[in-house]
Design a protein. Structure first.
Length: 115
């Protein structure tokens, strides 16, 4: 399994206000917006940050998202490692397959692959 990208997720109360702060201060550009989550990136798109109000289908917001080439393998590995799965392996309507696990410090990790 290979990690493709890692994106921090910040929970915000005001999505438009947060977008404005990051765009105006850091020069980031919006590259994805689903209304409840948006992703901003630098000009080279090598660095990204996601801002979200409340996850659309999960009971908890993740702290970080990790895109992998094989989410099913990652899920099997997380279960085998005894990690707590806090959002089951799910095919989401916006084109990703994902699950969330909680690490030993309580951080919630969204592991996903694009379909």
């Amino acid at each position: 399994m290979r990690v493709r990208r890692v994106v921090p997720n910040l929970t915000v109360a005001d999505l438009d206000g947060a977008r404005h702060a990051y765009v105006e201060t850091l020069g980031l550009a919006e590259v994805m917006n689903h209304g409840w989550i948006l992703t901003l990136a630098d000009a080279d798109r090598g660095h990204q940050i996601s801002l979200m109000t409340r996850d659309l289908t999960a009971p908890i917001n993740p702290d970080v998202s990790v895109e992998v080439d094989d989410v099913d393998h990652a899920h099997t590995a997380a279960v085998s490692a005894g990690l707590r799965i806090v959002h089951p392996l799910t095919d989401e309507e916006w084109g990703v397959r994902r699950f969330f696990f909680e690490d030993p410090s309580g951080n919630v990790v969204n592991v996903l692959s694009h379909r």
